[in-house]
Design a protein around this ligand. Structure first.
Ligand SMILES: C[S@@+](CC[C@H](N)C(=O)[O-])C[C@H]1O[C@@H](n2cnc3c(N)ncnc32)[C@H](O)[C@@H]1O
Length: 292
């Protein structure tokens, strides 16, 4: 896709939803190398318990989700929007479960496949190139489904959570962390804080935790937990780290001469910081179960 087309799509909320496949594909083609270089192999925010390095905090956050879902050997688990398999590799090794990762981005899956082989986990992890809005799996084929910050990229959240619920077996658990807004934002707050986050991260729209709860219930799931992830540790450290890394990245560079991807990432980082500082944006955690 031409960069000018990508820019046209991300600026327009309607096009972000209708053309999400090409938008998300292009966005992750552009940013994957930078994400890996500056954040690591897991593309999500972390729960910090003290001053541990980011890598450890990411690792522990993934273990927290594995524990939240009681993942264990013998289970068949789906990782929705699996990135370069950072979480899948950690979770398969930690829990002993078999993980299937689904991702719409071919470039990330190529890297993911290589990384899975390097970790000697080819018998524990399978990777599938597909759109999670139309899951290519039989109904009720997984014991658990988890997500790290991929639901925000889906254009229709109700349909997306319905897809996740369909592939879950009765009694199966659905857990994850993702991007959410505070409740009852004014139009002005949405325009000032949420729209820039969506635009610079190729996110069609972001819903609130209250709306997540409604989506889970209407997908037929029993909600066990829906909360701000801050309940489990220090989240602020992510924004401090991001702030420092953005500053390091652009130090010495003339703002209007920044490469366009770096410009987008920098603006995206500041948009997240503004969202968090204004209390309009947060990372949420949920656990829901399919009734038996
Ligand atoms: C923020 S990254 C998180 C990646 C991974 N969960 C992690 O934490 O490392 C979002 C991921 O969702 C994937 N994704 C976005 N929309 C998707 C869709 N419709 N179907 C499948 N994957 C999708 C992206 O390609 C990307 O890998």
């Amino acid at each position: 896709m031409k960069k000018s087309d990508f820019q046209t799509i991300v600026k327009n909320p309607i096009q972000r939803a209708t053309r999400y496949q090409e938008m998300v594909g292009t966005y992750f083609d552009l940013v994957t190398d930078s994400y890996r270089q500056h954040w690591g192999e897991s593309f999500h925010f972390a729960i910090f318990s003290s001053s541990e390095p980011l890598k450890d905090a990411l690792n522990n956050t993934e273990r927290f989700i594995a524990d939240s879902g009681q993942f264990c050997s013998g289970m068949k688990i789906l990782d929705v929007g699996c990135g370069v398999a950072g979480p899948a590799i950690n979770i398969a090794a930690y829990s002993g479960a078999h993980v299937t990762g689904i991702n719409i981005n071919a470039q990330q899956l190529e890297i993911a496949n290589r990384r899975v082989k390097e970790h000697g986990l080819s018998d524990k992890i399978e990777l599938v190139l597909a759109d999670a809005m139309q899951m290519p799996f039989e109904n009720e084929s997984f014991d658990a489904v988890y997500i790290f910050e991929a639901g925000c990229h889906m254009p229709n959240k109700a349909n997306f959570y319905q897809e996740c619920a369909l592939v879950l077996r009765p009694g199966g658990v659905f857990v994850g962390t993702d991007w959410f807004t505070a409740e009852d934002l004014t139009t002005e707050q949405k325009t000032k804080y949420i729209e820039p986050i969506c635009r610079y991260h190729a996110v069609p729209n972001i819903i609130s935790l209250g709306d997540l709860k409604k989506c889970l219930v209407s997908a037929g799931l029993t909600v066990e937990v829906v909360e701000n992830i801050e309940n489990h540790g220090n989240i602020l450290r992510n924004w401090e780290l991001m702030d420092t890394r953005i500053a390091q990245n652009i130090r010495g560079l003339i703002p209007w001469l920044l490469p366009s991807t770096l410009k987008m990432l920098t603006k995206g980082g500041y948009a997240l910081l503004d969202g968090v500082k204004s209390g309009t944006f947060m990372i949420g955690h949920w656990r829901a179960r399919k009734p038996v």
